[in-house]
Design a protein around this ligand. Sequence first.
Ligand code: ATP
Ligand code: MG
Ligand code: MG
Length: 346
Amino acid sequence: MRVDFAFLASAGEGTACVEGLGPVVSHCAGQTPGEVFHALGEPDVVTVERERVDLELLRGLTEFCAVYPNPDAVAACGDRFGEKRLLDSAGIASAPYRIAQSAQDVPAAATQLGLPVVVKNPTEGYDGKQQWHILDEQQLQAFTEQNPPGAWLVESRIAFEREISLIAARSPNGDVKVYPPTENRHHEGILITSVAPADGLEERIAQTGAQNIRTLLETMNYVGVMAMECFVTADSLLVNELAPRVHNSGHWTMNGDVTSQFENHLRAILGLPLGATSGNQHYGMINLLGDYDHPELLTALSADAHLHDYNKSPAPRRKRGHINVSSQDRDAVLTELARHHDRLYG
Ligand code: ATP
Ligand code: MG
Ligand code: MG
């Protein structure tokens, strides 16, 4: 049996491009789902590699082939209001929040929640862009004066102890495999390092995380890989956001003795058995941001480390690659990450 699949990605307002594994096929805005299906080579399955895709087109494609994850799941995870609705209805804890219909409604929401708050654009932004950490009245006033257009998610700013993510894959037959919780460190909203399995995580918290992602996958009848970012506080696990796709905090799966999240996504959407999500090693990942010296990095890699370069042009704080490290010795992983961290970010 041969099952063809294609990736669908949108390239901005009114246009979309379609990428297969192999030649890239693009289409013009206004093409019907049938025309896009044909341009894709009439695949059996279409999947997405980002949440901000043309949802109408994605829905239209379901007339022609399987679309995994389903468009409703992609829509819910691409909109912070939708995510909150989903989490609330599934009884999964997240940061307390209010929806402000405009920037002018943010102060009332912030007063109800109490400062500090984080104000987030519901549909735009990544790497901490399009969000404001408002610590005091002055910053609140500055935000309303700036008056950025649209509705806003206003969230309590959580004094978390650590951040973790859960990544899992679900097949059409309902099989689910969850990777071990990953501990993530961010700097100014950008992921810098991930280490798995997260060390010293309370068993209760780890189980809640695994159960939450299973519940979400089942509630949405989700097929493919999904990521769930969380805050760990002194006594609870709060879900921060969801990604209906492979995730940066799961890039450590690309090396070592587990099945890569990319492979498990393809296995899931193709209905193949899922690969191993837990192994006998410790795993680490450090993102390469902005400008860095590629040859110098290569010569500095240890035996257990792998450089992944995305061939992207340099831009300040742009994610342009990452280094993976895996070893049976957790300290060796941490030491290698720290060494690269010092060299890259001093
Ligand atoms: P990503 O690149 O992960 O998609 P994003 O721009 O969508 O990021 P979030 O993940 O919501 O934004 O936030 C980025 C980071 O900002 C979080 O990982 C966390 O460190 C911090 N942050 C976000 N929301 C809160 C909150 N309510 N309380 C405390 N810190 C927060
Ligand atoms: Mg995000
Ligand atoms: Mg995030």
